[in-house]
Ligand binder design. Structure first.
Ligand code: OGA
Ligand code: MN
Length: 281
């Protein structure tokens, strides 16, 4: 029987006792679906490193895959098989640590900015599953922010102001926040044109509303860029107040699962030119 430990009252729960190395029972799938709607982020403590096949099989219980966005990058050799796994690591093909200037390393600096995965795609990202295979001796945690609680905390004036706003989400925008053409090239801009997303999303099952923001959020429809960023920045600041955030310290075997429609996340830096961190998404 899986055991559940809340991380905060209604955001984040640890789940142990699920066996990811075997196909899930329908009962366990339904349990996870119920928990993710309530807690938005689950940390599944599997106890031992989860291999790529088990991760992919577990994930396939919850919807269809997005292809990894780096699947088409010609300047990055893929270390992992297939095109659904994203290599969230600083590890090269030979187990080496990526050099400071490696495009794969630089591209991943984007993960250090608050965001929600694949908000620039249609359909937008639903769940992310991130499995820890190697963790550094210090730092490199991941933080999660509850944008439902953040929405609830807004004034009635703000709720009315944002109720019907639509926002363009763009991969080019979040990459621009990080840096240079190393991070995002013209080919990618063609592959990933901006998409329109509501600023406020309503969670179907619970009826709760959540802010849908983060680094891909670019422009409010009908507004200029500067005013858009002023509003989006204000909402981001509220959403990432300490009372809405928890920090997860990784242990090998952890699989984090989160609902991208109602949360934000970011990685924290670590000494990535001296230590390995290998996560599979
Ligand atoms: C991700 C991500 C953060 C981290 O994989 O989507 O944002 O801590 N990762 O690695
Ligand atoms: Mn992410």
């Amino acid at each position: 029987m899986p055991q559940i430990n809340k991380i905060t009252d209604n955001f984040g729960a640890e789940v142990s006792g699920l066996e990811l190395s075997k196909p899930m029972s329908q009962e366990d799938i339904d349990l996870v679906k119920g928990l993710i709607d309530q807690y938005a982020v689950l940390i599944i403590k599997s106890g031992e490193a989860v291999d790529d096949e088990s991760l992919t099989r577990f994930t396939s219980n919850f919807g269809e895959f997005h292809k990894s966005i780096t699947a088409n990058r010609m300047d990055m050799t893929r270390r992992l098989k297939g095109d659904v796994l994203s290599d969230i690591s600083n590890v090269g093909k030979e187990g080496d640590i990526l050099s400071r200037e490696d495009p794969r390393r630089i591209q991943q600096l984007a993960n250090l900015i608050w965001h929600t995965d694949n908000s620039f795609r249609k359909p937008a990202g639903l769940y992310t599953f991130l499995a820890a295979r190697i963790v550094p001796p210090a730092d490199g945690e991941t933080e999660f922010a509850d944008t439902r609680a953040a929405y609830d905390s807004l004034s009635d004036e703000m709720k009315a102001k944002i109720a019907d706003l639509q926002v363009e989400h763009s991969l080019a925008h979040s990459r621009f926040l990080v840096g240079t053409e190393k991070v995002f090239d013209a080919e990618e801009a063609k592959r990933f044109p901006a998409t329109l997303q509501p600023l406020v999303r309503r969670q179907e099952l619970t009826g709760r509303k959540a802010l849908y923001i983060g680094s891909h959020a670019w422009r409010v429809v009908g507004w200029n860029y500067e005013d858009s960023q002023a509003l989006l920045g204000e909402l981001l600041e509220i959403s990432t107040r300490p009372e809405f955030v928890f920090r997860h310290k990784w242990t090998v075997g952890d699989v984090a699962m989160w609902d991208n429609r109602v949360s934000l996340h970011r990685g924290l830096p670590f000494d990535d030119v001296n230590h390995r961190r290998d996560l599979r998404r």
